[in-house]
Structure formats: C-alpha cells, structure tokens
Design a protein around this ligand. Structure first.
Ligand code: VGL
Ligand code: ZN
Length: 222
C-alpha cells in the first residue's frame, strides 16, 4: 500500500465517538471497539490538528427504541426526516457511557463536536444531523482553520464514521479512512455497504502504518 505523507498545515485527524458505550460492555457496543484506541493514540502525535466528536443524547432521545412502543433495538421507524434505526439507550449526556474511553488521549484534541443533542433528531455525521440539512458548524470551523483533508478514525465505521466521511466529501474536503483505526457495528451487512459507498464517493482507504511510516520515529507515538 502506498504511503501517505502528511501536510501539517491542512490535514486533520478526526476521532469519531470514541466513547465507553461503543466499546466492549457498553450500551451499544461495537465488537472490540476499544481495539482502535491504541491505534488512534499512536496516530495523534503525527498530526498537528486533531479533533473529536461525541455522541451526546438527552434522556429519552427519539433514536432510542425505549421511546417507541412495541419497538426493539435495531428495528427501524419512520421519522419526519426519513428512516431511523432505533438504538438501545446510549451516550446519555453526562453518563459514564457518554464519556470518552479512559485510555484515549483526549488532551490532544483541539475541539470536540457534540451531536445528537436535539431530542427529536438523530445525528450520525459530524457535519449534518440526520435530516441532511441542520449543520453542526464543523465545516465552517475547519475551513476557517485552513483544513482541507480529513483523516477519519473511531466508531462506528458503518454509522458515524461513514456519514461523517460522506458529508466531508459533500463539503469538498479530501477524506482518508484509516481502516485499522475504525471498527463496525455491522448491522445487516452495513460494514460492506459503507466501505463500498465511501470508495464510490472518493474516500481514500489506508492503514495507520502507511501514515506512521512517513513520520519521524520520535513522533510515532506510544
Ligand atoms: C452511532 C449509532 C447511534 C455511532 C451513534 O457513533 O456510530 N451509532 N449513535
Ligand atoms: Zn447515538
């Protein structure tokens, strides 16, 4: 695989939803989600620009199956903005499950975008809520900082990482997916579908070693 040389002025490492509820034992666990934590920690020192997203739902959020009579987690329902997967209650604001994984080097993050805080609408993407219109403000923020290329990591590959990557493309950013720094929920083949659609939209696929190989040993991280 080809090496990717970073341009510190314009590249940003985006860490999506590296929260307890998406790791083993969490309310919406991604199988072995925590496996990505050391990979991401190794990548962090290689980047001058690092940011994170945090899934941040109020109690009784409309994406929770518990709010829909007769519905079980992982079933779907129709919302005014389209079809919505219903999830177990997860990432409730202020809860232990919503906190970042303890080992994640959060101190390196220059910003945290919280999303999913409006009770009646879910938000997978770091850029837009699930209506595809309501913005989080992230693209304006990144543009003002001169960022043009996003390196995507975190959880879950087939939901929040996927929608963030596609919206990043839609907003005109170059997007690179660091495969071994993500893990999938994989609901009904959603992992394969996400990978295929990302490639189709011009998301570049790579592995962390293709980036780490190009940086000096002293910044290759822990
Ligand atoms: C996510 C489902 C619900 C994610 C967040 O971070 O991928 N997935 N909320
Ligand atoms: Zn959520």
């Amino acid at each position: 695989m080809t090496d990717i040389t970073l341009d510190q002025n314009r590249d940003l490492l985006l860490v999506v939803d590296l929260q307890n509820d998406f790791c083993s034992g969490g309310a919406l666990e991604v199988p072995e989600g925590e496996r990505v934590v050391p990979v991401i920690n190794r990548l962090i020192p290689a980047f001058a620009n690092v940011g994170a997203t945090q899934d941040w739902h109020p109690v009784g959020h409309s994406s929770f199956a518990s709010q829909h009579e007769g519905k079980a987690p992982f079933e779907t329902t129709e919302m005014p903005y389209g079809t919505q997967v219903l999830w177990p209650d997860h990432c409730v604001q202020g809860s232990r499950g919503a906190a970042f994984h303890d080992d994640f080097q959060l101190d390196a993050c220059q910003f945290i975008v919280r999303k999913g805080f409006r009770k009646t609408i879910d938000s997978y993407s770091a850029f837009y809520e699930n209506d595809g219109e309501t913005t989080t403000g992230l693209s304006g923020y990144l543009r003002e900082r001169g960022i043009t290329r996003l390196f995507m990591t975190g959880l879950a590959l087939d939901f929040c990482v996927f929608y963030s990557a596609l919206d990043g493309r839609r907003e005109g950013f170059e997007v690179v997916l660091i495969n071994d720094a993500t893990a999938a929920i994989d609901l009904n083949g959603s992992r394969e579908a996400a990978l295929w659609q990302m490639e189709d939209k011009g998301v570049v696929m790579t592995e962390s070693t293709n980036i780490l190989r190009t940086v000096a040993p002293e910044v290759q991280g822990a």
